[in-house]
Design a binder for this molecule. Sequence first.
Ligand code: AMP
Length: 135
Amino acid sequence: MASIFSKIIAGEIPSFKVAEDENNFAFLDINPIARGHVLAVPKREVDYLFDVDDRGLSSLILFSRRVAKAIERVVPCKRVGIAVIGLEVPHAHIHLIPLHGVYDIDFSRPKLKLSPEEFKETAQKIAAQFSLTAL
Ligand code: AMP
């Protein structure tokens, strides 16, 4: 059965999309620990990140860099942190999280409650910056 992320990538489930390239897709985490918390996901469904092949992993990290640069331009932060957990959704993904301090990447913190309008506005702004950052 396709993962929830494959269904998002296929457009069968809605998401607040921020970026896409040939091999990868990025959208806002629906239970964010910070504003601008994005998930970068390879389109090819593999459960564990470290089982993704060399080309796929290289492509994902380069795509994540481009997304992170777009996030930096939209959400004030010292830098964008990355985390890999993968305990909930068995489809490899990288969390991209704007950071002011280490506390911003604490997944045990209560999740932010954002309105659909806030999600939409943030996604649109990051998407606009992403489209300006072709490498
Ligand atoms: P983990 O697999 O432990 O890295 O966690 C999966 C992440 O995916 C969590 O932060 C969830 O909030 C997020 N997530 C799960 N379903 C969705 C969805 N439909 N749209 C956006 N984010 C999701």
